[in-house]
Design a protein around this ligand. Structure first.
Ligand code: SAH
Ligand code: SF4
Length: 390
């Protein structure tokens, strides 16, 4: 049953940065000179040990634990649905808190993809996306808002809870970090819903929390931001966040890219490639990934494979060919497998390892570009109501 009166929920501290934690502690009367030490304690409990309740904070006085619990929680985003694919891929539909004038709680998706040598968590940066790439399901969703830093970092905490990825997963460990070899989530990709560079500060702050060596301790070399090409923010992202970069290229000429990735009309290919060449820290050990979705008869000719190789020449690059993941009503088909292989061969011969990204979690619609929350289906209904009444 839905409550008729909304009681304001206690805010969660899970996902906040050090400044946010300090402000929360100050608000319940922790004296200034204790703040640093208390933030350090909270940090370790939340991000190194995965505490979900203040009662677990055994090195914090009972009195302070009580005050914390009166004002705050360590809650994660609410799970609206959890699906596990035949191949072990997991997808969570998460329901966030309503903000301001939002009429319903917005929903986002997070996906965990286990592989033999790594475990990748694909996280969302926005509810929906303001861009309208013609092959992307998220781009058809109308409800859009930026995620807050804690909502972004909260996806990592929630995934670690659900797959048992904390030291002493069944209870608080000894405070030590989980050894790298035992980690389930080894990589983070900002390839879920949204354009992360349109939510720059919040994504940057959340990745700061993820990379903090006293907590989640994710290596920045294992965090990848994927962008459709928000050119003016690329150098700034490199300087302020310093993660790996992936570019959703998808076409080798402006006329086609204008139709597939409309932001190209604002920032055409030449400007995008110049920003890539200037990306801070670029080297053979830190390559840019170029993503290229394989659309049958649209961008998959062998001439385009050659053009792709010419375009990235001189940039330390990886090329990632992504079979198009269809969604209901999509205006494209995935290229034939034979064609993908021929295309890949040209790219490989030019010296680029070009793994064709095997679609994972297809049975649960967890693959790239399919993420679109259930709330957008309600939006469609709403839209038809609006249309009928206008
Ligand atoms: N907005 C960012 C990150 C999210 S999309 C971006 O566009 O880069 C993550 C990747 O999935 C992008 O490369 C995007 O182009 C790709 N993608 C979107 N829809 C897809 C689909 N239906 N099939 C395959 N890849 C898709
Ligand atoms: Fe947005 Fe990326 Fe989808 Fe384009 S591909 S609509 S930028 S999420």
């Amino acid at each position: 049953m839905t409550a008729t009166i909304d009681t304001p929920a206690k805010p969660s501290l899970a996902g906040l940065g050090r400044e946010g934690l300090a402000a929360a502690l100050a608000s319940i009367g922790v004296p200034d000179k204790q703040l640093r030490m208390r933030v350090g304690q909270l940090w370790s409990w939340i991000y190194a040990r995965g505490a979900t309740s203040f009662e677990q904070l055994s090195d914090v006085s009972k009195e302070l634990r009580g005050k914390l619990a009166e004002a705050y929680t360590l809650a994660r985003p609410e799970i609206a649905a959890e699906q596990v694919s035949e191949d072990g891929t997991r997808k969570w539909l998460l329901r966030l808190e309503k903000r301001g004038h939002e009429r319903r709680a917005p929903e986002i998706e997070t996906v965990y993809i286990p592989e033999a040598d790594r475990g990748t968590l694909c996280i969302s940066s926005q509810v929906g996306c303001t861009l309208t790439c013609s092959f992307c399901h998220t781009g058809t969703q109308r409800l859009v808002r930026n995620l807050e830093p804690a909502e972004i970092a909260g996806q990592i905490l929630l995934a670690r809870d659900r797959i048992g990825d904390w030291p002493g997963a069944t209870g608080p460990g000894d405070g030590g970090l989980l050894p790298d070899a035992e980690r389930k989530i080894t990589n983070i990709v900002l390839m879920g819903m949204g354009e992360p560079l349109y939510n720059f500060e919040n994504v940057r702050d959340a990745m700061g929390v993820a990379a903090d060596g006293d907590g989640l301790a994710m290596s920045k070399r294992r965090i990848t931001l994927s962008t459709s090409g928000v050119v003016p923010e690329i150098a700034r992202w490199g300087a302020e966040a310093g993660t790996m970069l992936a570019i959703s290229l998808h076409a080798t000429n402006d006329a086609l890219r204008d139709t597939l990735v409309p932001i190209n009309r604002k920032y055409p290919i030449a400007e995008l490639m110049a920003a890539c060449r200037a990306y801070p820290g670029l080297s053979n050990a830190r390559r840019i990934t170029f993503e290229y979705v394989m659309l049958k008869g649209v961008n998959d000719s062998l001439a385009e494979a050659k053009a792709l190789v010419r375009l990235v020449a001189g940039i330390p690059a990886k090329i990632n060919l992504i079979p198009f993941n269809p969604w209901p009503g999509a205006p494209y088909e995935c290229s034939d497998w034979e064609q993908i292989e021929k295309f890949a061969e040209i790219v490989n011969r030019a010296g680029y390892a070009s793994p064709v990204r095997t679609p994972r979690g297809r049975d649960i619609m967890a693959a790239c570009g399919q993420l679109k929350s259930a709330s957008s289906r309600l939006t469609a209904r709403e839209r038809s109501v609006e249309a009928a009444s206008s």
